[in-house]
Design a protein around this ligand. Structure first.
Ligand code: ADP
Ligand code: MG
Length: 869
């Protein structure tokens, strides 16, 4: 590399230290990328790839982007999972000797983006560190745009799954893992990261983790953060902090405190349940359409939405805490005017959390301070409206102080840039005012020169003009050039005019330009001073942000409760659960007003399991999810879609949704199904609520029925969770007779001659048939197939009854219950089936009509026909 230019040498040395990042190398007004970085950047960003031939014999690929529009390019690369290292010129090129010194000033990863313009304002941008040791896990997560820094610890046999459940609740954008222990759980995490499109990085273990946290927060003990004895949480916290500090290269962060969240204070929702219940994201796409958030979020601020998301994922377990939220929601339900006024004001409140984050990191501009000022005004108005009912305390004095500071110093419409002046109000700083005077009088003086020179020279159309190249100059048309006095210095000749300068003009010009430069520098200085005064009060604002977010959440929940006709549920420490006139919060919105059929439930010490039968499409899944969602809503403190609800606190909700309802099919769905069921029976407690939807469907009918019934039995005998088990196998209704606390319910359908009508009403008793054929008809299967299936079903039922009758000379059913079989007509008894016929019957039996497409059905039918010829 002897031919290497000094610049390329510098580049190579810096790149060497940032090999895993795309290096944005600052050259004047551009960031340049070289070699592979350039190739990647041009591909990912759609920018031109050129090359630089200065390195003799070597063709250096090159791609560049202008400095002023770089942020969006960086954001794009980071979103695609790349790390971006930003290398700046760290000395003034004018004064630099030799090559300008350059340094990487920060490295950006998905979890450490600070440019909030490129983040979703309704979501936190968490970086999460997980540290698993034995059967314990420490989790720490940080949002550096808001300063939130939390930790938690988990413990238990299946610690990896538990950790993943928690990770999914937090929904980070980047995960860091400790490299040595990582191998033990790499598979599951890799899988999860891939599905969730997350970046994962390995970091090394931080030895003196406690010291690191203590040093950063300048405290002598971590006890006040609730971290005493929390080794794994402290370790994860220290790793997260070190990682961020390393990437941010000592830039100041808005992180002021770390806290410990006891995960046992919240309802446990495993990964599958979070997904099945479609709390935040729907299963099909990543949007929140048709989710619980979609129903509940009428927040006016992004701070509110972020808090609501976390509430939804973390339902409470303590009655008092739930009642506190209910009480606040109730207040705003009653006080219509206050609620509406507050919601109106909340609209004008900006993201205080992120504004203060910017102030701390020094990326704020004049507009951010104006947004902060408006938000303070809003907050003060709200406090006034709330009057005696103070939902929270605020340091009014400090708020007013900061408000006044911004009010008297910052222009109402400041420019986007902080380096160009125009931010600071007149009268705030006398030095600045003087400079403005000089600049103004200078300009006026220059304007006066025009009049004076016209008079002096008699050139009527003499003009004083300005351009970037010459600054101020005097322009005289060619026709008049003879009249130009001697002291004019000619600068430029145009076709029709001559341009001149005079010493006097240049004298005032430099005064004006000097003043301009000084104004820009001074304004920047004043602005930064104001910011740092505000920065001093950051805790006041972080607290205010939390309080306003809470206010936004409770007023939003009041609004939703009224609009959707919800009631306040009674929550209590106990087992039973009673809902009257319950509705599914999401489906009721989708089916249209008045269309949704309400249903009740009562589960108590005498009846803890419901076996719910009914044909496909009857509404079984909807009903069960409705129950789970009502419990969840009740425990986040919200009102619920029902006429009456009394709900004993539930510690965990489990859901298992049957194979044919699964989106990802193929592979071993039955295996997935069974491992999920294993997870339920291993972790559910008496206080849990379990919904099992078509469990056992992934395998053949009889296998399925046997497995389903033994699971139900186990839950009944050994666990005692409140459970609803939906199935279209009407055979399972026989469990009612066997299990003391199980009861049959079915979703009513009305059968006309050739039709079924879904009534969607839950009634006591089991369904006596599966209605598969009727539902198939509704789905549009050809009549020919349906008729044939009907005939086959008939003969099949006859055959089964016959076998049962013959077997022991008495009528035995699958579970020992007595079936009242119809008398079988004699000719059918006599008729012996051919082997082919038996085979055909078997095929029909094994066919899952619910997942059969019309095309498959046709194919199958023609197969059957061939067999029976
Ligand atoms: P199943 O699980 O029994 O096959 P689903 O619960 O999937 O049936 O319900 C099928 C459809 O019926 C739902 O998508 C919904 O549109 C409608 N539905 C279900 N329950 C109700 C109800 N109570 N009132 C009105 N429509 C309902
Ligand atoms: Mg279903």
């Amino acid at each position: 590399m002897s031919n290497e230019t000094p610049l390329m040498k510098q580049y190579r040395e810096i790149k060497e230290e940032n090999r895993d990042s795309i290096l944005f190398f600052r050259l004047g007004d551009f960031y340049e990328m070289f070699f592979d970085d350039a190739v990647i950047a041009s591909k990912e960003l759609g920018i031109t790839l050129t090359s630089r031939n200065k390195e003799k014999g070597q063709n250096v690929p090159l791609a560049g982007i202008p400095y002023h529009s770089s942020a969006s390019y960086m954001a794009k690369l980071v979103r695609k999972g790349y790390k971006v290292a930003v290398c700046e010129q760290v000395e003034d090129p004018k004064t630099a000797k030799g090559i300008v010194k350059r340094e990487v000033v920060k490295v950006i990863t998905p979890g450490t983006v600070i440019d909030t313009d490129y983040l979703d304002d309704k979501s936190n941008n968490y970086l999460l560190c997980v540290y698993i040791k034995g059967d314990r896990a420490g989790i720490a997560y940080v949002d550096i745009t808001t300063g939130e820094f939390k930790t938690t610890e988990l413990e238990g046999d299946d610690i990896i799954s538990k950790a993943l459940n928690e990770v999914h609740k937090i929904s980070p954008n980047e995960i860091i893992v400790e490299e040595k222990s990582y191998e033990n759980y790499a598979d599951k995490f890799k899988n999860y990261a891939a599905i969730s499109e997350l970046t994962m990085q390995k970091v090394s273990f931080v030895k003196n983790s406690e010291e690191i946290l203590k040093d950063y927060f300048r405290v002598i003990s971590l006890d006040s953060y609730g971290l005493q004895g929390k080794k794994e949480a402290v370790a994860a916290g220290a790793m997260a902090l070190e990682y961020i500090l390393e990437l941010q290269k000592c830039n100041e962060l808005p992180i002021n405190k770390i806290s410990y969240e006891n995960s046992e204070e919240h309802m446990e929702l495993n990964l599958t349940t979070q997904k099945n219940l479609e709390l935040i994201h729907n299963q099909r796409e990543k949007s929140n359409l048709g989710t619980l958030l979609w129903v509940l979020d009428s927040c006016k601020t992004s701070m509110g939405t972020r808090m609501l998301k976390s509430y939804i994922k973390n339902p409470l377990l303590k009655v008092e805490e739930i009642e506190k939220r209910q009480e606040d929601i109730g207040y705003f339900i009653d006080e219509v005017l206050i609620r509406e006024e507050i919601r109106e004001i909340l609209k004008n409140i900006y993201d205080i959390e992120r504004l203060i984050g910017k102030v701390i990191m020094g990326t704020e501009n004049g507009r951010d301070l104006i947004a902060l000022k408006k938000s303070i005004r809003g907050a003060l108005e709200i406090l006034k409206i709330l009057g005696n009912r103070q939902l929270f305390d605020s340091d009014l004095e400090k708020l007013i102080e900061v408000y006044n500071l911004i009010e008297k110093s910052i222009n109402e419409e400041p420019p986007f840039s902080v380096r160009e002046g125009g931010m600071i109000k007149g009268g705030y700083n006398s030095e600045l005012d003087d400079l403005h005077d000089i600049s103004k009088s200078g300009k006026n003086y220059i304007l006066d020169i025009e009049t004076r020179e016209r008079e002096k020279t008699g050139i009527k159309n003499l003009k004083v003009k300005y351009n970037k190249v010459f600054g101020y100059f005097i322009e005289v048309t060619r026709a008049n050039s003879a009249l130009v006095p001697e002291e004019y210095i000619r600068k430029q000749t145009l076709t029709n005019a001559e341009r001149y300068i005079t010493p006097e003009l240049k004298d005032y010009e430099s005064k004006v330009l000097n003043a301009k430069e000084k104004i820009e520098a001074l304004e920047y200085q004043i602005f930064k001073d104001i910011s740092s005064e505000i920065k001093e009060e950051n805790r006041v604002f972080q607290e205010l942000a939390q309080n306003l977010a809470y206010l936004d959440v409770v007023t939003s929940l009041s609004d939703v409760a009224i609009k959707n006709n919800y009631v306040k549920p009674e929550v209590f420490e106990g087992f039973s659960m009673e809902i009257k006139g319950g509705r599914h919060p999401i489906v009721e919105k989708l089916v249209g007003p008045g269309e949704f059929v309400k249903n009740d439930i009562l589960l108590d010490d005498d009846k803890s399991i419901i076996i719910l039968t009914g044909p496909n499409m009857a509404g079984k899944s909807t009903y069960m999810k409705q129950l789970a969602l009502i419990i969840l809503m009740a425990q986040i403190g919200s009102y619920v879609p029902a006429e009456f609800a009394k709900i004993g606190i539930v510690d965990k909700i489990f859901t298992r949704v049957g194979a044919s309802d699964d989106l990802v099919s193929g592979q071993s769905t039955f295996m997935v199904e069974m491992s999920e069921v294993a997870n339920i029976v291993n972790n559910a407690t008496e206080k849990s609520f379990v919904i099992l939807d078509e469990v056992g469907r992934g395998t053949s009918t009889f296998d399925g029925i046997s497995i389903a019934s033994s699971i139900t039995e186990y839950i009944h005998d050994k666990i005692g969770s409140k459970t609803v088990f939906a199935t279209h196998y009407h055979e399972l209704t026989e469990l009612e007779g066997k299990l003391e606390k199980a009861e049959n319910y079915r979703i009513e359908v009305k059968e006309t001659e050739n039709d079924v009508v879904f009534l969607r009403e839950i009634v006591k008793g089991g369904a006596d048939k599966s209605y598969g054929i009727e539902v198939a008809r509704l789905a549009g299967l050809p009549r020919e197939i349906l008729n044939k299936s009907k005939a086959t079903l008939k003969s099949l039922e006859a055959k089964r009854a016959l076998i049962e009758k013959k077997m022991k000379g008495e009528q035995l059913s699958l579970f020992g219950g007595v079936i009242e079989a119809e008398e079988i007509p004699l000719e059918e008894e006599k008729r012996v089936l051919t082997l082919e016929e038996e085979k055909a019957i078997e095929i029909i039996c094994d066919t899952d009509l619910n997942s059969l497409t019309p095309l498959d059905a046709l194919v199958k039918l023609s197969e059957l026909k061939k067999m029976l010829k």
